[in-house]
Design a protein around this ligand. Structure first.
Ligand code: ADP
Length: 296
C-alpha cells in the first residue's frame, strides 16, 4: 500500500532544513547581529543602517551588511558596490557560495562586506515576490554567502511588521533591533508597532533612533524642527526602550548616498558627528549584554 504524504511548505521557520542549519553555523562567527527596522518607509532606515555599519567599520570593526529590504534594496548603491562584483566559490559538496563585494572607502574603514536583495534582481526592478520566496531569498543571503568572521552583522529589513521579517528573525538570534523613526506623530504610531514586534520576538536590546530630527539652517546655524520635536525620545520612554540619538537632516547625506560614500565619512558634517556619537552609545550597551549572557 502506498501512503501519500501531504506536501509540506518548507520556509524554514521551525524545522532544521539545511539552509536554516547553515545560517545557524554561520552566525556562530558573528559577534553581534543587529536588525535595522522602521514602522514605515522613507524615514531613512537604509541611510541609518549604512552609516551605522560604516561608523563601526571606521572604528576598526569587521562589518557585514545584508540588505534584506525587498521594497527598495539600495544599500549596496549607498555603500558603493554593485552586483557585478559578486563572485561565487564552488564548495566540496558541489554547492556554490556567493562571495560578497567589499568596500573600504580607500582605506578609511575596514572592508565592509555587502550582500543585497538587489543583487538577486535588478535594482530598478520592483520586486513583487510572494512572502515565502522573499524569506527564502533573504535566508540564502545569510546562509549561502561566504561572510566569514564578523564583529557586526547589520541587517536592513523591509519596513513594517510583516511575516517575512518574523520568519527571518526566527532563524537568527538577533542581539539588537534598532528602530528608525522621524519625529512626527504618524511615523511614531508605526514605530510603536515595530518596537512591540521586537519585544514579542524577545530581542535582547531594542533602541530607537530619530532621523531627520531637525535642519541646521545654512544661513543662521539655528536648528529648525521641520517634522516636530522629541517624538522618538518620547516613544522610547513610553515603550521602555533605549533612545540612541538624533540625526539631523543633512543635504549632503542624500548626495553622499547617491555617490556611494556614506555621510559618516565626512567628518565636517553634523550627521556624521551624530552617527559617531550613536555608536559610542551603542557599543558599550551591546558589550555589557554579551557579558551578562556569558555569566548566565
Ligand atoms: P528608507 O530606507 O526608510 O526608505 P532611505 O534611507 O532610503 O529611507 O532614505 C530616504 C531618502 O531620504 C533618501 O534620499 C536619503 O538620502 C534621504 N535621507 C535619509 N536620511 C537623511 C538625513 N538625515 N538627511 C538628509 N537626507 C536624508
Amino acid at each position: 500500500m502506498t501512503v501519500k504524504t501531504p506536501p509540506t511548505l518548507n520556509i524554514g521557520g521551525l524545522g532544521a532544513d539545511p539552509l536554516t542549519q547553515r545560517i545557524k553555523e554561520k552566525q556562530k562567527e558573528w559577534t553581534y547581529k543587529i536588525a535595522v527596522l522602521s514602522g514605515k518607509g522613507g524615514v531613512g532606515k537604509s541611510t541609518v543602517a549604512v552609516n551605522l555599519a560604516t561608523a563601526l567599520a571606521k572604528k576598526g570593526f569587521f562589518v557585514g551588511v545584508l540588505d534584506a529590504d525587498v521594497h527598495g534594496p539600495n544599500v549596496a548603491k549607498m555603500l558603493g558596490v554593485d552586483k557585478e562584483q559578486v563572485l561565487a566559490e564552488k564548495l566540496d559538496d558541489g554547492r556554490f557560495e556567493m562571495i560578497p563585494p567589499m568596500n573600504d572607502f580607500m582605506g578609511q574603514t575596514t572592508p565592509i562586506k555587502v550582500m543585497s536583495m538587489g543583487f538577486l534582481v535588478g535594482e530598478d526592478q520592483p520586486i513583487i515576490w510572494r512572502g515565502p520566496l522573499v524569506t527564502k531569498a533573504v535566508k540564502q543571503l545569510l546562509g549561502d554567502v561566504k561572510w566569514g568572521s564578523l564583529d557586526f552583522m547589520v541587517i536592513d529589513f523591509p519596513p513594517g511588521t510583516g511575516d517575512q521579517i518574523l520568519t527571518v528573525i526566527q532563524s537568527i538570534n538577533l542581539d539588537a533591533a534598532i528602530i528608525v523613526t522621524t519625529p512626527q506623530e504618524v511615523a511614531l504610531l508605526d514605530t510603536g508597532k515595530a518596537v512591540n514586534m521586537m519585544k514579542q520576538m524577545n530581542v535582547p536590546y531594542i533602541a530607537v533612533i530619530e532621523n531627520m530630527s531637525y535642519l541646521i539652517c545654512p544661513h543662521c546655524g539655528n536648528e529648525i524642527d521641520i517634522f516636530g520635536k522629541g517624538g522618538g525620545e518620547k516613544l522610547a520612554k513610553k515603550e521602555g526602550v533605549d533612545f540612541l540619538g538624533k540625526i539631523p537632516i543633512d543635504l549632503k547625506a542624500r548626495e553622499a548616498s547617491d555617490l556611494g560614500i556614506p555621510i559618516v565619512l565626512n567628518e565636517e558634517s553634523q550627521a556624521s558627528k551624530a552617527f559617531m556619537e550613536i555608536i559610542e552609545n551603542l557599543i558599550p550597551k551591546l558589550e555589557a549584554l554579551k557579558k551578562e549572557e556569558g555569566n548566565e
